[in-house]
Design a protein around this ligand. Sequence first.
Ligand SMILES: *[C@@H]1O[C@H](CO)[C@@H](O)[C@H](O)[C@H]1NC(C)=O
Ligand SMILES: *[C@@H]1O[C@H](CO)[C@@H](O)[C@H](O)[C@H]1NC(C)=O
Ligand SMILES: *[C@@H]1O[C@H](CO)[C@@H](O)[C@H](O)[C@H]1NC(C)=O
Ligand SMILES: *[C@@H]1O[C@H](CO)[C@@H](O)[C@H](O)[C@H]1NC(C)=O
Ligand SMILES: *[C@@H]1O[C@H](CO)[C@@H](O)[C@H](O)[C@H]1NC(C)=O
Ligand SMILES: *[C@@H]1O[C@H](CO)[C@@H](O)[C@H](O)[C@H]1NC(C)=O
Length: 338
Amino acid sequence: MKTSVAVVLTALISALGGTSALPAASSASKAIQTQSLTGPNGEPYVPGQFFDRFFMIIGENMDFWDVEAQATFANLWKQAPNGRLLGNYYAITHPSQPNYFAHIAATSYGWNSDSPVNITGSESFTIIDLLEEKGISWAGYAEDYPITQGCYIPYAPEYANGTEVPHSYVRKHFPFVSFETIYTNKTRCNNLYNAEEFWKHLKENKLPQFVYFTPNLLNDGHDTDASYFASYIQETWINTFYYNDYFNAGALNYISLDESGNTTGFNTVPGDNNNHIYAALWGGALSNRNIYDKYDFNRYNHSSIAATLEMNWWGETGLLGRNDTYAPFFAVPNDGTN
Ligand SMILES: *[C@@H]1O[C@H](CO)[C@@H](O)[C@H](O)[C@H]1NC(C)=O
Ligand SMILES: *[C@@H]1O[C@H](CO)[C@@H](O)[C@H](O)[C@H]1NC(C)=O
Ligand SMILES: *[C@@H]1O[C@H](CO)[C@@H](O)[C@H](O)[C@H]1NC(C)=O
Ligand SMILES: *[C@@H]1O[C@H](CO)[C@@H](O)[C@H](O)[C@H]1NC(C)=O
Ligand SMILES: *[C@@H]1O[C@H](CO)[C@@H](O)[C@H](O)[C@H]1NC(C)=O
Ligand SMILES: *[C@@H]1O[C@H](CO)[C@@H](O)[C@H](O)[C@H]1NC(C)=O
């Protein structure tokens, strides 16, 4: 058994582009200490067991290998500080919207549509309610969000003549505005921002502790392709991802897709539902003891995000009583499968 695991690992590692050397940045960023950090409104950070900030950014509709085939993404988990590939990460369903719901709610609600819907009552409890209860700051940032701050309810921005602005912000990719616990509460709505505010908060070292970032329909690859998504990440983010000490200190940073691109055979392909997607983690929360810690083959899905936040700040999972009870939390600081 041990041998066959090693053989599989070796094969995968070579398929994934060889045993590149561990980056020099690994040890450096681990050493960076967070010091009385605050969120955008000056709220003090609530320290977590493994990290003080979770950042996530989401691309659209691509299979694992279409993304990993792009140099930007093949390099990201190898070269970003303490980077790690989650090699066995699956989206929940198709189309987009219920996957975005699952990011914060640990369930898709069995929903299978991109049409606007309001999740109400106790169904609308999400990770945001948990964070709020504990005084942990959070924010959602969306590119081309038509307002600077607050809840924007329509599906997409519109021109004066009433037609939708193409390749822009869309509601189905920004889950917060669909949850009653958020859209009825002005204080919470004020944690939703146009992405330009992200860059300001980053520059001022005032990012909140849970950061959710939604690119527009061009940059996330939805109306374009994997190569466009890769160029966007390369040009807009790689500097921050690799070299920004504030961004990486005490942080667990995450990049993935909402769902795979090939929907053929969904729910009929045994084992994987054909929804295998690229996911990578990096930042000060992680520590790679050796080359094998660069890969984690636990079977994660979007419910693992809530489980990870819960384990970090509450020391247990399942606080939403949904699939956060069953989904494994991301192994930190070392890879859990070795
Ligand atoms: C959801 O609720 C908002 C705020 O009350 C309302 O404007 C919107 O029409 C509702 N959307 C749906 C799809 O029910
Ligand atoms: C609405 O306005 C936009 C922006 O000016 C324009 O590109 C679009 O063609 C217009 N659509 C219609 C149906 O008039
Ligand atoms: C709105 O959200 C804030 C922040 O979580 C909370 O303190 C307040 O009680 C909420 N208001 C209502 C009416 O639920
Ligand atoms: C899509 O998935 C189906 C089922 O697994 C597979 O037969 C097909 O080859 C895939 N298509 C592409 C383009 O990868
Ligand atoms: C877990 O996820 C599955 C698949 O989306 C869903 O059918 C089920 O209702 C979820 N379970 C809970 C307890 O939310
Ligand atoms: C996610 O993974 C867990 C653990 O394997 C599983 O129980 C759950 O149904 C999966 N789907 C969702 C939506 O969480």
